[in-house]
Design a protein around this ligand. Structure first.
Ligand code: SF4
Ligand code: SF4
Length: 114
């Protein structure tokens, strides 16, 4: 199984959206693929579950739990919500954080009168 890329919480003052997939609802992502197909940013990725005893078998995408959906590029998510609209089982939740100013406070030393 491909490990998802570790993504930092912040970049240039922007917090990445939090994307949660309910795997109880999204059980056959390789058959469905609706969110993968509609996402313009390629945020999602589907992989085969590599159970040891099944490693050499063909895995039927129609069987629950043989494939799993990952959020590998949440840093690319623009919050367009198209994936939420297209998901037939309402398995995707996205939380868009508010912007935060990370610049240093400029009211210190450099602005103090001499
Ligand atoms: S909200 Fe838009 S950009 Fe973000 S994961 Fe869904 S489809 Fe992709
Ligand atoms: S659209 Fe929904 S059910 Fe289909 S693969 Fe994506 S999260 Fe799973």
């Amino acid at each position: 199984m491909t490990m998802p890329t570790k993504i930092p919480e912040f970049i240039w003052g922007r917090k990445y959206p939090k994307i949660a997939i309910d795997l109880e609802k999204c059980t056959v992502p390789f058959l469905c693929k609706k969110c993968l197909q509609i996402c313009p940013e390629g945020v999602f990725h589907v992989t085969r579950v590599m159970a040891k005893e099944k490693r050499l078998e063909e895995m039927d995408p129609r069987i629950d739990g043989n494939y799993t959906l990952h959020v590998t590029r949440r840093d690319k998510c623009t919050g367009c919500n198209m994936c939420i609209d297209v998901c037939p089982v309402d398995a995707i939740k996205i939380e868009i954080p508010t912007m935060e100013r990370l610049r240093p406070d400029v009211s210190g030393e450099q602005w103090r009168s001499q």
